[in-house]
Write a protein that binds this ligand. Sequence first.
Ligand SMILES: *[C@@H]1O[C@H](CO)[C@@H](O)[C@H](O)[C@H]1NC(C)=O
Ligand SMILES: *[C@@H]1O[C@H](CO)[C@@H](O)[C@H](O)[C@H]1NC(C)=O
Length: 393
Amino acid sequence: MFMLGSEGDHYCSKKTDDICGDVCGQESSRALSMSRLRCILRGLDLKTYIFLFVLVPTCFFGIYVHGQKISYFLRPLWESPPKPFHDITHYYQENVTMENLCKLHGWGIREYPRRVFDAVLFSNELDILTLRWKELYPYITEFVLLESNSTFTGLPKPLVFASNRDKFKFVEPRLTYGTIGGRFRRGENPFVEEAYQRVALDQLLKIAGITDDDLLIMSDVDEIPSRHTINLLRWCDDIPPILHLRLKNYLYSFEFLVDSNSWRASVHRYQTGKTRYAHYRQTDDILADAGWHCSFCFRHISEFIFKMKAYSHFDRVRFSHYLNPERVQKVICKGADLFDMLPEEYTFKEIIGKLGPIPHSYSAVHLPSYLLENAKKYKFLLPGNCFRERESG
Ligand SMILES: *[C@@H]1O[C@H](CO)[C@@H](O)[C@H](O)[C@H]1NC(C)=O
Ligand SMILES: *[C@@H]1O[C@H](CO)[C@@H](O)[C@H](O)[C@H]1NC(C)=O
């Protein structure tokens, strides 16, 4: 209120000429009180009313709707970026021998390759799981998959892998599959259920027969290391004991390349009693250009909606209309954000650089080979095919 009053006075005295000049300037006694009032109404009170009845509610409404955006935008003020990774240059070309590739990285070559275990917690992403396993198949000793009948947010879910297991006959001889019952604690932080499932995955890995110095890939299903990356790491000696993989970050399909900053996936040289399955930062070393992270890369609209609800960040679904299928379809085609959020970055430069929808990409070069060989079946993942099927198949 203090602000308003002083601003009003200021207005009247400074802009004397144009708006209430004829009134404020006059010292004539006759119409003094009337014109004063009119002046106040016109100059001060009109502004005040506009302020009170339009701007203030708009502000409150804006904060209500965009509060999360405002706090994300101001994030660089209250949070400093994490320590940068130590990026390891990644060398690869089909025709270069493994010996030379290892040497380029400063590593030696082994006489025989390490065994490789790929372990994932599965929710419902069947298409991406197929691409992942087909990509990695030539170099994986054992695929380990754990699924729960609970989402991380504590919603019951069917055992989707169990009922589709016949579609994965190609891995059957190398598959260790496990299930775990959800704890269904209401209102609990989703990260607790997630941690609980990861501990169970450690047990399943032991059952699968993992031993010291075997390679273990720790990543979500949709974080797919490229085949040649895993081949390099299994053949080269002296690779770091833990190595993060820098993956190209895609959203909805390979049409929307966000950046190349996905870093959560990691490869470990297994150490009994020490290695624990984790999905957070575990070391500074990261290998460049090591694969793809395709988030929300689903065939059906219903899967998007399921994931939005099952996601560890369910608090992001602030309004129920976010889950409206028509809205979801529009957002996908635009390359916009499903949760209507700002980019999660640590500097204003990066936030501003990423505002607005993700630009369309017209490149389908260096994608998982199974995708291109079955382009018709996985059309929805390729550029130019944003329309999704409505009901779940
Ligand atoms: C790569 O190797 C293949 C066979 O090993 C050979 O036929 C081909 O010419 C090579 N390509 C290049 C570009 O060197
Ligand atoms: C989840 O699985 C556990 C263990 O198999 C079972 O006891 C429980 O009834 C299941 N719950 C639901 C909701 O399916």
